[in-house]
Write a protein that binds this ligand. Structure first.
Ligand code: ARG
Length: 281
């Protein structure tokens, strides 16, 4: 008797087309180091970054998503990391306010773009927050990181503006300085995450909230494999995160590998380059 291979139920019916905003890395560079991945002595090619970025934007469109382009601004080499530019949930936009002065002007650029695209008014931020770098929408809940960039006061501000429950999670490892480097939202009640990036209390909270979560290994976390974008079915992530891809397949997702090696030099990957615009429900 031969044993039948386990049948994995495909999550294809969970697919929902999304609207993303992205900024072409025309001015990408590593001119300063504000996270441990950035090394100003390593050469960077803006041309290669643009080609890799274009492949990602084309991929999203081929999957059925809408990609809006935010004009890039000279002198803002990290602006390609659009996830940090604001948080838009249920049609409500909350501005970013960057931790480091080198990125401060990006908040205005994204606010201006959102308002010109009819997605305003953008609520101004009185507390430091780096947009979707630290705010991940997961069903009705917003997971919110703090410890390196976003302040707890911004978690309260976002909760007040959106009326949603915000779960605060403390990041403790500087390599995982934004929540989106340590957590990937996969569905309304499912995430993948890297426990070692969090304090003991936050690890307990994550285990309680997401008992079925995919737990990422060191090697998948170290290539920023969790900095992924999921549309309910496809999971777009770094080609280097091979273990995570296998785990995703076992859960019925379709992982799609991309090469963002040039942007990795800035300390970011797929999700960092992608702001999701969530319309009013
Ligand atoms: N160099 C950028 C910074 O350190 C990278 C931002 C990555 N973005 C993200 N959503 N994790 O601010």
């Amino acid at each position: 008797m031969t044993l039948a291979a386990p049948v994995v139920a495909s999550r294809i019916d969970r697919f929902r087309p999304r609207r993303y905003a992205m900024t072409r890395p025309d001015h990408f560079a590593v001119e300063y180091a504000i996270n441990p991945w950035m090394d100003t002595s390593v050469p960077v090619s803006a041309e290669r970054a643009v080609a890799q970025w274009q492949a990602l934007a084309d991929l999203y469109r081929s999957l059925g998503h809408t990609v809006d382009e935010v004009p890039s601004v000279a002198g803002l080499p990290d602006m390609v990391f659009a996830a940090n530019g604001a948080t838009v949930v249920g049609g409500i936009a909350y501005a970013a306010r960057f931790r480091y002065p080198q990125r401060a002007a990006e908040a205005t650029a994204y606010t201006t773009w959102l308002e010109s695209a009819g997605l305003g008014p953008v609520h101004p931020a009185s507390a430091v927050n780096e947009g979707e770098g630290d705010f991940l929408v997961c069903g009705d809940r917003i997971l919110a990181g703090y410890g390196f960039r976003t302040e707890l006061a911004a978690h309260a501000e976002l909760a007040a503006i959106t009326g949603r429950a915000v779960a605060s999670l403390e990041l403790v490892n500087p390599c995982y300085y934004h929540l989106d480097t340590a957590v990937a939202v996969l569905d309304d009640d499912l995430i993948a995450y890297y426990p070692a990036a969090f304090s003991a209390d936050s690890q307990r909270l994550l285990a309680e909230l997401y008992p079925d979560a995919i737990i990422a290994t060191d090697s998948d976390a170290e290539v920023l494999g969790l900095n992924a974008v999921c549309d309910g079915y496809h999971v777009v992530l770094s080609a280097l995160a091979t273990g995570l891809m296998a785990q995703l397949r076992e859960r019925g997702f379709e992982p799609i590998a991309v090469d963002l090696s040039e942007l990795f030099k800035g300390g970011g990957s797929v999700k960092c380059c992608t702001m999701e615009i969530r319309a009013a429900q």
